[in-house]
Ligand binder design. Sequence first.
Ligand code: SF4
Length: 458
Amino acid sequence: MSQSSKFTQAAEAIAFDEKHRNTIRFNISRYDAAVAKGMARYRNVEKAKEMAAQIKRDVLANWDSYLLEFEKNITANGAEVLWAADTNEATDYLRQILTDNEARLLVKSKSMTTEEIELNHVAESMGCESVETDLGEFIVQVAGERPYHIVTPAMHKSKGDIAKLFNEKFNMPIDSTPEEMTEYVRQVLRKKYTSAEVGVTGANFLIADIGGISVTENEGNGLMTTAFPKVHIVIAGIEKLIPRMSQLGLFYPLLAAHGTGQQMTAYNTIFTGPRKANEVDGPEKMYVILLDNGRTDVFADAEGYESLACIRCGACLNACPVYKTIGGYTYDTTYSGPIGSVLTPFLRGFKDFSHLSFASTLCGKCVEVCPVRIPLTDILLANRRKTVEKGLRPSAEKMIMKGFGYVTSDRKKMDFVPGIIKNAATRPFNYMAWGPKREMPEFAKKSFSQQYKDKKQD
Ligand code: SF4
């Protein structure tokens, strides 16, 4: 079955799943309330967004020099930078590092880039246990699932769902409270942190001027992941750059306010290399795998390149009426929601994933909430145009659109066919286009001009 058909089938099923809807509605309503408070803390949030957008535009205009500056500075601090053109190269590096360091256990903080290369599977295939340490990621890993959302991986689960899962997997009481479950996970993870050979993180920002990796998180698990293991591996997309450390003063609150509604995320750490000779703790070795994996293809696109400014705050997902209806798993991609629909055709091919760019109402809410002002709806439209130009839409659709264009271009042609025939002709599409649970509005029996004439004669 094609990705597009899988998407349509999954969307149709989940859109009418009331339990899923209620869970998402509840969790996003909490997010909305927190974000409203977060925004209220700003004197001028639009100005902050404009400044952030300009910095990211500058990064894209001088991408090569900032990347080299970052590499030079972090290498001088003792880290090894490894350039990975794609998933294969990144996982080859990973395998080599795990082998060289005889890794049997790896702890990992939340990172969508590691999801992109399916790091957990790669490590497990080498006999190295890979443990997620972010609570949400831990929950989806235990459930055998992928992250549902780029910021809140277990957003689709209620506390009852998680208690049931922990009852099945860890024999905890079915009525366990969130505090009891969190305490249990904490105890499990403490042992993992102190016995893992390798800790893996992503990077929220790659800071060029100091050669630093900024990781921002709420649970302290990122710190623990890097404090005990002797090896720290960072896996980061090459677009995560900011030029100067001082700009974190702008990006930290902006990311926190849009991601969770916080003023600041609880733990903000900057890693600048492995342990120095005069230091008593921290990893002995640090590797930074810089992943392209299609990002330079995005950059080469005249419209799509702006999506590389994304700071993965997740705001566009939470604002999107389509995401809220079909949920994260329907996309079947690492990045879901509006930013996923924009990026995935570039990262994984228009042939299989261009349908995502059509899965949008173009309401513009995503653009409104984006902290770095990415013109998501413009890029979605451009992706649609490219899909048609590449001849990737079904030929039946082309014919239908041609016929539709011919008929609707002229009022007389539109009125020529009576409503009763129009209804009969469009009925088959009712099911195809609208799904089995909705009724397409009917054409009036008489055209508007006919009704108008009749009224005048009365
Ligand atoms: S596109 Fe904008 S709103 Fe969406 S995740 Fe990226 S930064 Fe956040």
